[in-house]
Each structure stands twice: as structure tokens, then as C-alpha cells.
Design a binder for this molecule. Structure first.
Ligand SMILES: Nc1ncnc2c1ncn2[C@@H]1O[C@H](COP(=O)(O)OP(=O)(O)OP(=O)(O)O)[C@@H](O)[C@H]1O
Length: 693
């Protein structure tokens, strides 16, 4: 053994040794595995020593030298090499040296691990306190994204704990995944195994069950620790801690209320009672998703998950996770399981977009792992730039062409999926806002119910009534900030703009199929599309403002009528500007001469007042805001469209407007608002009701 840490001549950017007193097997400047020069020892864990080393090409790596007596199945560990994710510490290689010593080569993470952050925080305070909320969110969301990716790939971490979470220049990364599975557990432990390791171990580990629920349990423990500065089950010895895991109930009194339900659920002794996946767990927290982060759901994205791993990995996981399958089968038979709130991304990523994204990711990974000197890398960049420049004459037109076809296809696909997706908690916006909705509804609902019933843990008795569920959902909606609401409104508005453009295309293609296309022929269609969009944008705004309560009917009708009047004015002005003939269809039902002069010209053409009155009556009479309510029964109800069209016809009998434009506008507004407005699917509500909270 050589004491190395204090004799290191490490590069200036290398961090200060964390364990200066430790004895490491390898000394600085020693070449291992024929290509890595040891710089210094970083630390020792349950599996062996970890070194900071530099490859021949100058790349920084962390080398884990597995303890000699451990029985390592390297073939198994190598499966983890397939996993690439922003929130996972990359495993570069797993190999043996000439002495048959096993090594794991991985990405070197410069920043501290969460254990070190906890220690620093503890040192600064006299009694245990939680980390700042922003930090908790950052660490936890990063961990969740990494663990979710592992689970999606069919892997269970098995050793989640603060020491395995790293802060890599602001990006939280999960390390050490998969290793414990391939290293014979019976040999693990050694002199470095600390009591700390046992704080995060789920009770079923003792029975040899290693489903992903053990990771959920560990995440629950860590969330508890981040919030309170203590672990839920503590003790002097491993045995004491294990007994508490097996039998004691966590004391959640020091945990802030919005997090209690989630933690209580994660710390259930019975794995089948825990959230079934990371997405369900995150949905129970009062947080929005980090931008661009989506979670696999237990059932929803299995197809995507399968794509993420090779068949070899799956075969291996099947073998290793048989115990998990048994546990899950048992859980299905167990009485009264709490159904997981599985809320999913409504539109699986478009295949071409995914392929492009993956290619960029692979390119990026290849570049980062490329063992070339900075000089040769520079030459490669210049060569690539030259090749691109020389080919711009055909590349640019081709890209534009792809854009012209691909962008509309992408948008339409996205919209169609939003409507047809059976399990969606729908939203008008991009995926992030869907997840946001899902989280708001599920997470805040459950915590709100518990708050309401003054019940901190999740031991249920009676499911809430439908009215209670609705009230809870509205309550949860009311907690959202104005800025969030405004952002959602704008997103809905953008979606409805696209729907309006699509409607314009469809109606004009049908309407003008036998006519020569001219600006004059096109103008009524453009006019209708504009009016429909303005009407639905206004309604979406009302819907957003009113979504958190049932509201007072008369006030809403009056407000809605005002909005209708505004739509009427805009319709009138636009018709004037676009020179749309406004006398079409007017004489069909009512003789123009019998119309009031203040509303109509002598030719029967409606004045602004007629348009205002018509749409005000329509909007007030039909309660047009109803199709925008996120708790409406169906996302797109054709009944609502039919009612709007018939209602408009009835109003037309009293205050005529051009037809069939009037009916098309009324129907169009209802179609567009329903397609663009967020919606909580009835089944999701039923699932929430079924939760015995
Ligand atoms: N990829 C890495 N980059 C930088 N430091 C690392 C890396 N992996 C591990 N370390 C550090 O090396 C030390 C030992 O890590 P190791 O994972 O072996 O032990 P552990 O997490 O304490 O225990 P266990 O082996 O039970 O997971 C820790 O201080 C850890 O922060």
C-alpha cells in the first residue's frame, strides 16, 4: 500500500483531495490499464478505491478499482455502458488489468456529492435543518431524471444514497448505478461499509427483493433528509436501523406538509403500496417538472423504454429481476393497493425528431469521448465546417424543403395525438406544460385531500366524492401563479392559431374547389378563420381565469356576453377591411326590410351593432366558457359543437348575420377552444377518486 494523496502533483484544475489520510494501492503517476495515469486517490467505498486519472489523450476519468475479493460479473456491468443520460455519470469501460484486477472507468465528476453537501450544511448549523428549497429541488429533480432513465431501461440502481449523487457543475448526476447488481452481494461490505449505507435500504432488500421500489424507497429517505436534515430511521448500529426500516413508522411531523404524503407513500413497508415509478412519485410533489424533463410511466412508455436498452440488457434484467416480478405479482393480489397516479406525456416523441436528437446526442458523446489532442480536434472541426460550407448550395434548399413539409406534419401529428391519446391528462401546451398539469393535478390533489382531512400519512378509509374531487382539483388549480396561467393561455392561443390555420385550409379547399382562387374568393375564409381564432383566444382567457372555481352563473354569462360583443365588433371591422360580402344568407330567414335600421343598412347588411348584439347573445346564452373548463367531461365533445351551431342558428333568427358563416364561426370557436384548452381526463379523476386518500 502506498500513501498517495499527499504526494500528488495534480494539474492545477484538479480539486483538493477529499480523503488525504487514506492509503491507496496505486500511487500518483502510475500507469494503469496501459492508458491511464493515476493523479490521486479520491476515496474508498464499499466496492473499492476510486482514483482520479488522466488518459493518454488527456481525458479526465474516475477509475474504480474493485476490491480484489469481490466476485464481479463484468459482462453484466458492461450492459450499463449502453446508458447515456444527462443525469447519469457515464460509465466508459469495465475491464481487467494484467493482474486480473477489475476496474470501472467512468466520467470524472468534479463537484461534491450530496453526502459532502449534507456534511457541510450540518457543520454550519447547530441542529439538523433541511437544505434550501431550491437546492432540494435541484438535487431531487436531477436524481429523479437519472433514476427514471435507469428504470426506463429496466435497471434498478440498488444503492441510491447521497454519496452516489454528484453535482457536476450544476448538473446533478447519479453514479454507481448497476454495479451492486453485478458484484456478489455476499462479499460486499468490507471495512469501508458505513452505517450510513443502511439508512437508504428498503425493508424488502433483506428478503432479496430488488424491484425498482427499492429505489423509490431510497428516494423517499433522501427527500426526508433533504427537507429535515435527518434520516427517518436512525440508529447506532446497522441492526438497529434495519429493524426500524422493517417495523417503525416514520415520524413526518418535521416534514413540510406538501411533501408528507409523497414521503409516507415512498416509505411504505410494502413495496406494492409505494408509487410505482418515478413519474408517479414526482407527480405527488408540489413542483413543476424541470424544463425538458419527462418521466417514464410504469405502463405508458414501455415501448420507449424498450428502445432504450439492447435485447441483451433486457434478457439480463429478466433473469436478475425475477424476484421483482414475483413481488409485483404478489402486489397485484394484495388487497386495496393504492392505484398509482400514472400521468403521462401525451405525445410520444415524433420518431424523426427523436432520431435527430439521438444522433446529435451520439455525436456529442462521441466527441466528448474522442481520444484526440486538442490540436487534432481543432482540425476535425475546421474540416467539418469546410465540408458544410462547400455544400451549402444544395444543403440549404434541402433543409428548407424538409422544414416546409416536416414542420406542418409535426404540428398536426402533435395535435392529433393530443386528441386521441387515451390516458392523457391533456394540455394545450407543449409536453412540459402537460407534465406541469399532471403534477399539479395529481400531486396537489393528494396533498390537498390529506390537508383537508388533516391526515398526514396515506392510510385511507373512504374515497372522496365526485364533488370533493372536483373541488380538490379546482383548489389545486387555484394555487398556480398568474404567470403560469398566462403562459398556458398564450400556449393555448398559439395552438388555436394553428387549428385556425388548419380550418382555413380545409374550408377553403372544400369551398373553392370549383372556383378560381383569388384574394376576393379567399377573403371570407380568412375572415372566418380570424374571427374564430379571436373568439376562441378570448374564451381561452376566460376559461383560464375561471378554471379554479365553479363561479357565479349570471356574472359569467354577462362577462361572456361582453366578450361576444367584442368578437362581433372585430368581426365587423375585419369584414370591412377584407371586403367580405356581408349580405350573404341574410334574406334566407328574415326579410331584410323588417330589420331594425339601427342594426342593419337598408340593403340588409348588418352594422357593427348587429354583429355585437348577435355574438353577445350567442356567448351569453350558450355559456361558451364551458368547453374551456379543464374538468369538462370530454376533451372534444361533438355535442358541444352541435349545440353551438344550432344555438347560433336560433340567435340568427332574432339577429341575423351572414350565413353559413355565422354557424361555421360558432362551431369553429367551440372546436378550436376544446382542442386548445387543457383538460383533465375523466378517467384520471376516477383514478384519483379511487385512491383511498
Ligand atoms: N465518477 C466519480 N467522479 C468523482 N468522484 C467519484 C466518482 N465516483 C466516486 N467518486 C468518489 O469516490 C469516493 C468513493 O466512491 P464509492 O462510490 O466507491 O464509495 P461510496 O459511494 O462511499 O460507497 P459505495 O461503494 O457503497 O457506493 C466518494 O467520495 C465518491 O464521491
Amino acid at each position: 500500500m502506498v500513501a498517495v494523496a499527499d504526494t500528488v502533483t495534480s494539474p492545477s484544475h484538479a480539486p483538493v483531495p477529499r480523503f488525504p489520510d487514506m492509503n491507496f494501492t496505486h500511487a500518483p503517476n502510475e500507469l494503469v490499464l496501459d492508458r491511464y495515469t493515476i493523479q490521486r486517490g479520491i476515496g474508498m467505498g464499499g466496492f473499492g478505491e476510486v482514483y482520479f486519472a488522466i488518459s493518454k489523450a488527456g481525458k479526465e476519468v474516475a477509475l474504480k478499482r474493485i476490491q480484489r475479493n469481490l466476485d464481479v460479473e463484468l459482462r453484466g456491468v458492461s450492459h450499463c455502458l449502453n446508458l447515456k443520460h444527462n443525469h447519469l455519470v457515464s460509465l466508459h469501460d469495465v475491464c481487467r488489468d494484467q493482474e486480473d484486477q477489475a476496474w470501472v472507468v467512468m466520467e470524472y465528476v468534479d463537484g461534491p456529492n450530496l453526502r459532502e453537501v449534507f456534511n457541510q450544511h450540518d457543520a454550519a448549523s447547530t441542529e439538523p435543518t433541511g437544505l434550501p428549497m431550491q437546492e432540494i429541488k435541484r438535487w431531487f429533480q436531477g436524481m429523479a431524471a437519472g433514476v427514471d432513465h435507469l428504470h426506463g431501461a429496466g435497471l434498478v440502481h440498488r444503492d441510491l444514497k447521497p454519496g452516489n449523487l454528484f453535482d457536476d457543475n450544476g448538473v446533478i448526476k447519479v453514479g454507481d448505478y448497476g454495479l451492486s447488481k453485478f458484484i456478489s452481494a455476499s462479499h460486499r461490505g468490507g471495512h469501508t461499509e458505513s452505517v450510513g449505507t443502511f439508512h437508504y435500504m428498503a425493508p424488502e432488500i433483506g428478503r432479496g427483493q430488488y424491484g425498482r421500489e427499492i429505489d423509490i424507497y431510497a428516494m423517499g429517505v433522501m427527500l426526508f433528509e433533504m427537507l429535515t436534515g435527518r434520516t427517518p430511521f436512525d440508529g447506532e448500529t446497522p441492526q438497529e436501523i434495519i429493524i426500524k426500516h422493517l417495523s417503525a413508522q416514520p415520524d413526518l411531523s418535521s416534514v413540510p406538509t406538501p411533501y408528507r404524503n409523497c414521503i409516507a407513500s415512498c416509505l411504505e413497508k410494502d413495496p406494492s403500496l409505494r408509487p410505482s415509478d418515478v413519474g408517479s412519485m414526482m407527480a405527488m410533489l408540489p413542483w413543476e417538472n424541470a424544463p425538458g424533463v419527462y418521466y417514464y410511466a410504469s405502463t405508458a412508455n414501455e415501448a420507449d423504454a424498450r428502445e432504450a436498452v439492447s435485447s441483451q440488457v433486457r434478457a439480463d434484467n429478466e433473469r436478475v429481476n425475477q424476484a421483482t416480478a414475483k413481488a409485483n405479482a404478489a402486489s397485484q393480489q394484495s388487497p386495496n393497493p393504492i392505484p398509482p397516479v400514472t400521468l403521462r406525456n401525451p405525445s410520444p416523441e415524433e420518431p424523426i425528431a427523436r432520431a435527430v436528437r439521438n444522433s446529435f446526442y451520439d455525436l456529442n458523446q462521441w466527441w466528448r469521448n474522442l481520444e484526440r489532442s486538442p490540436g487534432s480536434k481543432f482540425v476535425i472541426v475546421i474540416a467539418a465546417a469546410m465540408i458544410l460550407l462547400i455544400n451549402t448550395h444544395w444543403l440549404l434548399p434541402m433543409l428548407s424543403l424538409v422544414g416546409i413539409f416536416y414542420v406542418p406534419y409535426y404540428i398536426i401529428r402533435h395535435m392529433v395525438l393530443q386528441i386521441s391519446d387515451p390516458d392523457t391528462v391533456a394540455s394545450s401546451g407543449p409536453d412540459s406544460s402537460v407534465n406541469h398539469y399532471a403534477q399539479q393535478h395529481a400531486g396537489q390533489f393528494t396533498s390537498a385531500v390529506n390537508r383537508d382531512l388533516n391526515r398526514p400519512t396515506s392510510i385511507p378509509t373512504k374515497p372522496p366524492s365526485k364533488a370533493q374531487v372536483q373541488q380538490m382539483l379546482r383548489q389545486s388549480l387555484s394555487t398556480r401563479s398568474r404567470i403560469t396561467q398566462a403562459a398556458e393561455w398564450t400556449t393555448s392561443g398559439m395552438i388555436s392559431l394553428i387549428v385556425a390555420a388548419t380550418l382555413l385550409l380545409i374550408t377553403s379547399v372544400i369551398g373553392l374547389r370549383n372556383t378560381t382562387i383569388s384574394p376576393m374568393a379567399l377573403s371570407p375564409y380568412v375572415w372566418m378563420a380570424c374571427v374564430v381564432w379571436i373568439g376562441s383566444f378570448g374564451l381561452l382567457g376566460l376559461g383560464k381565469a375561471w378554471e379554479s372555481s365553479e363561479g357565479e352563473g349570471l356574472v359569467r354569462r354577462l362577462t361572456s356576453a361582453f366578450l361576444g360583443a367584442g368578437v362581433g365588433v372585430v368581426a365587423y371591422l375585419l369584414a370591412d377591411a377584407l371586403m367580405v360580402p356581408m349580405d350573404m344568407g341574410l334574406g334566407r330567414d328574415i326579410d331584410a326590410t323588417s330589420l331594425p335600421v339601427s342594426f342593419y343598412q337598408s340593403s340588409g347588411v348588418p352594422k357593427a351593432a348587429a354583429m355585437m348584439a348577435h355574438f353577445a347573445l350567442l356567448f351569453g346564452l350558450l355559456r361558451m366558457w364551458k368547453p374551456v373548463d379543464p374538468l369538462r367531461r370530454a376533451r372534444l365533445s361533438l355535442w358541444a359543437v352541435a349545440v353551438a351551431v344550432v344555438g347560433e342558428w336560433v340567435v340568427h333568427q332574432i339577429i341575423p348575420v351572414p350565413q353559413p358563416a355565422g354557424m361555421l364561426i360558432a362551431g369553429g370557436i367551440i372546436v378550436m377552444t376544446q382542442m386548445s384548452a387543457p383538460w383533465v381526463k375523466a378517467d384520471s379523476v376516477a383514478t384519483l377518486r379511487a385512491m383511498k386518500v
